[in-house]
Design a protein around this ligand. Structure first.
Ligand code: HEM
Length: 205
């Protein structure tokens, strides 16, 4: 689960980098060129299969681990836990489910259109992700839904990095603080970076 998660961590940085090109004032040229490269490069195509495998494994193990944690103590503690665990780290399943719902929506918006499973909006070509994004983010309500999705993605990522290091046995007490800071920095940069996109459309378009 940790390895699959870390693969997703790398994917998100690449995906964010390309999506930020949407903000370039060039009529979508650089964004479309990057999207075209991603869609045609054979190495990327293969990693897409690994990506979906990673997503699937990560979700299946996530649900299994949460289920096992609950069933291993069928009778709940009488007192609330007094551990210093950050409140949001206790809600990984919940934030994960919200990210999953965001992803289903996101696939309907883009990926399923590309695969031909969903019809594109009138006047937009199936592979034209630039104009698809302009239409999508011109709706403030829809941009708000994306913003909420990114917020929960940030909560999920914040704890995920620390948990992954722990799972892989790479948590030495010497580095715990550094891993925590790096995990939070990553979560803020990635979630904040994605948030810039709908916010920019809301404020400047
Ligand atoms: C404003 C933010 C975002 C924009 C504009 C955006 C845009 C896109 C576009 C254009 C595609 C289709 C690319 C293609 O198939 O060639 C895509 C696919 C995808 N997106 Fe996003 N995305 C955003 C945020 C996210 C986030 C936060 C996640 C993960 C939590 C995500 C996960 C995916 C996945 C898994 C795919 C399918 C795999 C792929 O095509 O590479 N996206 N996105």
């Amino acid at each position: 689960m940790a390895l699959a998660g870390l693969f997703l961590v790398v994917f998100l940085v690449v995906h964010l980098g390309i999506n930020l090109l949407l903000l370039a004032d060039d009529g979508g040229q650089s964004f479309s060129a990057a999207a075209e490269f991603m869609a045609t490069n054979p190495v990327i195509r293969v990693s897409e299969v690994v990506l979906f495998g990673g997503f699937l494994l990560h979700m299946i193990f996530g649900v299994l681990v949460s289920f096992r944690n609950r069933t291993s103590r069928p009778i709940r503690y009488q007192h609330k836990s007094q551990t210093r665990t950050a409140p949001l780290s206790k809600y990984m399943l919940h934030s994960g489910i919200i990210v999953f719902i965001f992803l289903v929506l996101h696939f309907i918006d883009y990926y399923f259109i590309k695969l031909g499973l969903v019809a594109p909006p009138a006047g937009i070509e199936r592979h034209d992700f630039y104009h698809r994004s302009l239409v999508l983010f011109s709706d403030n309500g829809y941009s708000a839904v994306y913003l909420i999705g990114f917020l929960f993605l940030g909560f999920h990522l914040n704890h995920a990095i620390q948990a992954a290091f722990q799972t892989m046995g790479l948590n030495h007490s010497k580095y715990t603080g550094a891993v925590k800071v790096a995990g939070t920095a990553y979560a803020v940069v990635v979630a904040g970076g994605f948030m810039v996109i709908p916010l920019w459309f809301m404020l400047f378009r």
